[in-house]
Design a protein around this ligand. Structure first.
Ligand code: SF4
Ligand code: SF4
Length: 294
């Protein structure tokens, strides 16, 4: 713990030293960095209070088509970098040829009520926030990976390498055809860092950028919730398979669905009380098996 506290001190020093031009890599000039710092929104912009709520998500597997739009939407909204996904899935092929089908179950952080990741975190970085959301404070994280070991759902990722290398890469995406990541960073002209998420910064200072050596995971898009918006994966799901709301509100859409169908949660027997519920079955199992007859 002593070693952890020392490292924590070092990390927080490191973070305070991290000005944006340094994070932007070679592509950003000092002057641009100063301009970027100037456009960081103030933390007080968030408004809707999540106090007293128990926020939860219901995923209707009968509606889910397995299109993966949630994964892409989440990456887009949270600037999730290459190789990571906060919104993921469990997929498998079930049955024996010719009677085979594909099963798809979207996954994300379950924002467990009794979250083992929070219990084990020695620095207080992983914590429970308003709305019952399991949040991560990058400023406090010492990168020890205890949370990763404790989470039974494999939904936490650690930045082991330099982050967002794409934006430092000089290679064209398609040779002699497109621009490179580094060029985009330069062309942004210091008004925006392509991998900077200003909305996150509004809620938690220092969370707009990610650093090597710390972990990250789904936040239920708390920055959107505080603006009275739904998580972006819920918003973008084309099949309306994701429904979000407050378990403490009797007539909330989530409570209605949980009352109507028999819900399931992942690894319920472990007692972590996940707040992502699944109802019904993935569609193909229920679909018509033949085209009829004459
Ligand atoms: Fe923590 Fe894992 Fe539960 Fe999310 S799913 S709250 S990371 S234990
Ligand atoms: Fe806490 Fe996980 Fe960071 Fe360790 S790696 S300090 S357990 S959040």
């Amino acid at each position: 713990l002593k070693r952890g506290a020392g490292r924590m001190k070092k990390i927080s020093k490191k973070i305070s030293r991290r000005d944006f031009f340094k994070l932007g890599g070679r592509g950003l000039a000092t002057a641009s960095a100063v301009a970027v710092a100037a456009v960081i929104p103030k933390t007080s912009e968030a408004s809707t209070s999540l106090k007293g709520k128990q926020l939860a998500m219901v995923i209707d597997l009968h509606r889910c088509t397995g299109c993966g739009a949630c994964t892409i939407a989440c990456k887009n909204e949270n600037n999730v970098q290459e190789g990571f996904a906060w919104a993921w899935r469990i997929s498998k092929t079930v049955g024996k040829f010719p009677n085979v089908r594909y099963d798809y179950q979207p996954t994300l952080c379950n924002h467990c009520q009794k979250a083992p990741c929070v219990r084990i975190c020695p620095s207080g970085a992983m914590h429970k926030a308003d709305g019952g959301i399991t949040m991560h404070d990058p400023n406090k994280c010492i990168g020890c990976k205890s949370c990763i070991a404790a989470c039974p759902f494999v939904v936490i990722s650690r930045n082991d390498k330099k982050t967002h290398i794409f934006w430092r890469d000089k290679k064209e995406l398609i040779k002699d055809c497109t621009t490179s990541g580094q060029e985009v960073t330069q062309k942004a002209g210091g008004k925006v860092i392509p991998y900077y998420n200003p909305d996150r910064e509004k809620n938690l200072k220092g969370s707009g950028l990610r650093y090597k050596g710390i972990v990250e995971k789904c936040t239920f898009c708390d920055h959107r919730l505080k603006q009275d918006k739904l998580p972006y994966c819920v918003e973008r799901c084309p099949a309306q398979a994701r429904v979000f709301g407050d378990l403490n509100e009797l007539n909330s859409p989530v409570n209605k669905l949980l009352g109507k169908y028999k819900p399931q949660r992942l690894r319920e027997h472990l007692g972590t009380e996940p707040k992502v519920y699944y109802i019904r079955d993935f569609n193909p199992g229920n679909s018509r098996q033949d085209k009829g007859r004459i």
